[in-house]
Design a protein around this ligand. Structure first.
Ligand code: HEC
Length: 125
């Protein structure tokens, strides 16, 4: 009788232990996916550029801050998108200026969104 009780307790202990281990391993797998299914100029692109680029590249600030490259409206941004310059500077393609200048590269998801917007024809949407 005593042996059965000990064996049962051991079983329960093992089950509890394993259920904890299981939870531990599952938790870090939850990483948000990068959603590039609906990238619009007026929402996703403006959000990325305003957070990372407008501080030097807005029309309202001195040309010296961003070398005169104005990226805060569609009309002035478009030539950078069509030439590939916009993508290459954020992608840190060798041979290009790396942007944001002297700051960490933007996230791979933000780069993917910019690439998608350009591939879809850099629409003013
Ligand atoms: C801290 C200021 C600063 C920030 C932030 C910044 N830039 Fe720049 N950017 C510059 C300067 C200054 C230049 C002029 C060229 C140089 O000095 O490298 C420039 C040049 C450029 C050019 C023209 C490159 C060429 O070869 O003619 C592009 C395109 C550009 N930046 C895009 C961006 C984008 C996109 C972001 C945001 C992801 C960004 N920049 C963030 C300062 C900045």
């Amino acid at each position: 009788m005593k042996k059965i009780v000990i064996a049962s307790l051991a079983c329960i202990a093992v089950i509890v232990l394993f259920s904890c281990e299981y939870k531990k391993e599952v938790a870090p797998v939850i990483t948000p996916a990068c959603d590039t299914s609906n990238v619009r100029y007026s929402v996703e692109i403006v959000n990325i550029l305003s957070a990372n680029c407008y501080s030097c590249h807005a029309s309202s600030i001195a040309n010296s801050s961003g070398g005169g490259n104005k990226l805060d409206n569609y009309t002035t941004l478009k030539p950078y998108a069509s030439s590939g310059l916009l993508y290459n500077v954020v992608n840190h393609t060798p041979g290009y200026d790396f942007m944001p200048k002297n700051l960490p590269q933007i996230s791979s998801c933000d780069i993917a969104k910019i690439r998608t917007w350009i591939r879809n024809g850099y629409l003013n949407n």
